[in-house]
Design a protein around this ligand. Sequence first.
Ligand SMILES: Cc1cc2nc3c(=O)[nH]c(=O)nc-3n(C[C@H](O)[C@H](O)[C@H](O)COP(=O)(O)O)c2cc1C
Length: 218
Amino acid sequence: MSEFDLEQVDHLLSTTRAVRKRLDLERDVPRELLMDCIRIATQAPAGGNYQKWRWVMVDDPDLKMVIADAYRRSYAPYIERQRSAVADKAPDNSTLGKIMSSSDYLAEILEQVPVLAIPCSLGSPADAGPDPQGWWGSVLPAVWSYMLAARARGLGTAWTTLHLGYADEVGEALGIPSTITQLACVPTAYYTGDTFRPGKRRPAEEITYWNQWKNTTV
Ligand SMILES: Cc1cc2nc3c(=O)[nH]c(=O)nc-3n(C[C@H](O)[C@H](O)[C@H](O)COP(=O)(O)O)c2cc1C
């Protein structure tokens, strides 16, 4: 028997969505609640247990504006490319249409989100020599743990990376030395509404191979 309530745990793991339109822009998030999420995130695995993660939590309006401005400058050409790709292929317009309208919204209101969390790592993947995967793998799981811990506390988050095209500019405003790598920007706010549903994903049976590439026979 598991020591966990699997229904609850699986619900958390399968309903931690990219929250954009349901971010509550009016309600402040206590710093101590965010510290709890980071405390949980420090339990993520890290190669050699080096714990190179650092978190820059931005709730200052002027600094949030710097990040939002950088984000929007990357977002405009990005979403233009996405829109033409969708117009060309139109594989599943309704799903992609929803993601785009939700993404547009986040880009518009980013500076109004109560907190923009910028997870960082000491150093850069170039330091890892032949093992850049080890470098990324030692910092990114903590970001997901933060998002799960947030969701469990009634906070919505979204993993975003678009401001990173202007990481130097944002880094300068936040006093982040150039030797540090910013990993993402995670808007964090209470979410509105009750709960979330699992997202659309390819079936596990289709993407799992046993012993040989493409062998899906269990
Ligand atoms: C590495 C990475 C980068 C992402 N960058 C952005 C981003 O810049 N802006 C955004 O709105 N969403 C971003 N997302 C969120 C994805 O769009 C989202 O996870 C995906 O649409 C699936 O939605 P779901 O997580 O709610 O199931 C990113 C996700 C990941 C993992």
